[in-house]
Design a protein around this ligand. Structure first.
Ligand code: SAH
Length: 352
C-alpha cells in the first residue's frame, strides 16, 4: 500500500509541495481538492507532472464507496473499500439540524464485547488518520454533488473499532478534521465513543479538544460488565467515572454513557437503581439503545415497553437520559454487521 496523502495536515502538504519544487500556492490547490473529496488524479488545477509525482508515492483514492444502501427513513449505510482491499462501514443519519456520519477507526476490533459484530473476527488493522478522514470526504463529495456546501455537519466515532486503541491516528484525525480551511467540523459536533480505555481517556482530556466523550457502560457492576465486556477486567467502573470527571474538569464538557439494553442482562429495576446510584449528580447524559441482535451471539434486545420503563426509572431518579430511535433498521444491523455479512457472502461465493 502506498502512503495516504489525507494523513497530512495543511502545513505538511505545504512542506511536501515545496520539496517537490512547486510554488506555495499549489499547496492550497492540492489541499482544497483533497478536502472536496477529489482523487489526486481529478484535481484539475494541478499539473500532470505534479500529479504523477504524487501518485508514485500516494494512493489516488484511499477510501472508495463499494456499496450504498438507503433506508426508508433516509439513513444511509456505506460499505467502503480501502486500498489494500479491506472493508469498513459507515452510516449517515439525517436530522433536522444536519447530517451525522458514523465513522470507523479500525478494520475489525480486538475488544471482544459480547454483543458486537465488529469484533467477531478480531482486529485486522488500524486505520490511518487519512483513512478515517477520507470516509467523510468521499461521502461529502457524493452527497453535496460536487457543490461547495458540505453535507456532513456532525461526526461520531462509533463505527467499527475502538478509537482509543488506535490513539495516535484518532488524535491526528481529530486535529485534521477540525482544522480551519479543511472540512472544519466543530469539535463540539464530534463524539468519540470508547469502551473505557482509562489511560487514553486521561491522555485525550489533556489534549483539551472539546469533543463529546462517550463511554460504553452497559452494566452497573464490574462483575456484570466483565461478563459482556472483557475490557472490564482491565478497568473498573469507578476508574472510568474518575477519568470522566477529569475530562469534565479539563474540557468543561459534560460526558455521555452508552447503555445497550440486553434482555435478562442489564435492564431490570435493580439495574436502573444501580445506574442512578453511580451517576446521580454527575454532569452526564445516558443514551439508551435497544440491542441490535447479532446472529452469532446468543443475546436479545429488551422489549420496547421495558426499554421505556427503564428510561422513565432513570428520569425519576434524576438522571438525564434518552432512548435512541433505531434508524435504518431495514437496511441491516448494527456496527460491524454490514461488513460481516459481506465477508460471509464472499466466502460462500469462494466455496461455490
Ligand atoms: N469501540 C467503541 C465505539 C464503537 S461501538 C465503543 O465501544 O464505544 C459504538 C457503540 O455501539 C458502543 O456503545 C457499542 O457498545 C454499541 N454497540 C455495538 N454493538 C451493538 C449492538 N449489536 N447493538 C447495540 N449497540 C451496539
Amino acid at each position: 500500500m502506498k502512503e495516504i496523502l489525507q494523513d497530512l495536515s495543511y502545513n505538511q502538504i505545504e512542506e511536501l509541495t515545496l520539496s517537490l519544487g512547486e510554488k506555495k500556492f499549489r499547496a492550497k490547490q492540492l489541499y482544497d481538492g483533497l478536502m472536496q473529496g477529489k482523487r489526486i488524479s481529478d484535481i484539475s488545477n494541478l499539473s500532470k507532472e505534479l500529479k504523477s509525482k504524487l501518485l508514485e508515492r500516494f494512493e489516488d483514492e484511499p477510501v472508495k464507496i463499494q456499496e450504498r444502501f438507503i433506508s426508508s427513513d433516509g439513513t444511509e449505510k456505506f460499505l467502503f473499500s480501502l486500498s489494500d482491499g479491506n472493508l469498513i462501514e459507515g452510516v449517515v443519519m439525517r436530522y433536522k439540524h444536519g447530517n451525522t456520519q458514523c465513522v470507523s477507526t479500525q478494520v475489525g476490533c480486538r475488544m471482544g464485547c459480547q454483543f458486537c459484530a465488529s469484533t467477531l473476527g478480531g482486529l485486522v488493522r488500524n486505520l490511518t488518520s487519512g483513512e478515517i478522514l477520507s470516509q467523510i470526504l468521499t461521502v461529502n463529495a457524493l452527497l453535496s454533488k460536487g457543490g461547495r456546501e458540505r453535507a456532513i455537519t456532525n461526526v461520531v466515532l462509533m463505527g467499527s473499532g475502538e478509537p482509543l486503541d488506535n490513539y495516535a491516528h484518532t488524535l491526528q484525525f481529530l486535529k485534521n478534521v477540525t482544522a480551519e480551511g479543511g472540512v472544519c467540523i466543530s469539535a463540539r459536533n464530534i463524539s468519540l465513543s470508547t469502551c473505557g480505555l482509562v489511560d487514553k481517556m486521561y491522555a485525550l482530556a489533556d489534549e483539551g479538544i472539546p469533543i463529546n466523550l462517550t463511554v460504553s457502560l452497559h452494566a452497573t457492576s464490574d462483575e456484570d460488565r466483565k461478563r459482556i465486556m472483557p475490557v472490564a477486567r482491565a478497568y473498573s467502573i469507578q476508574e472510568i467515572l474518575k477519568a470522566c470527571e477529569y475530562y469534565f474538569e479539563k474540557t468543561g464538557r459534560r460526558y455521555y454513557f452508552e447503555y445497550t439494553l440486553i434482555a435478562g442482562e442489564n435492564c431490570d429495576e435493580q439495574h436502573a437503581q444501580g445506574l442512578i446510584k453511580l451517576l446521580k449528580g454527575k454532569p452526564c447524559h445516558v443514551n439508551l439503545i435497544r440491542l441490535n441482535a447479532v446472529k452469532e451471539r446468543n443475546l436479545s434486545p429488551t422489549e420496547q415497553k421495558a426499554a421505556y420503563r427503564f428510561l422513565s426509572l432513570l428520569e425519576q431518579g434524576g438522571i438525564s437520559a434518552t432512548l435512541r430511535r433505531q434508524m435504518g433498521s431495514d437496511i441491516g444491523g448494527a456496527c460491524g454487521q454490514l461488513r460481516a455479512g459481506y465477508l460471509e457472502k464472499l466466502h460462500k461465493k469462494d466455496q461455490e
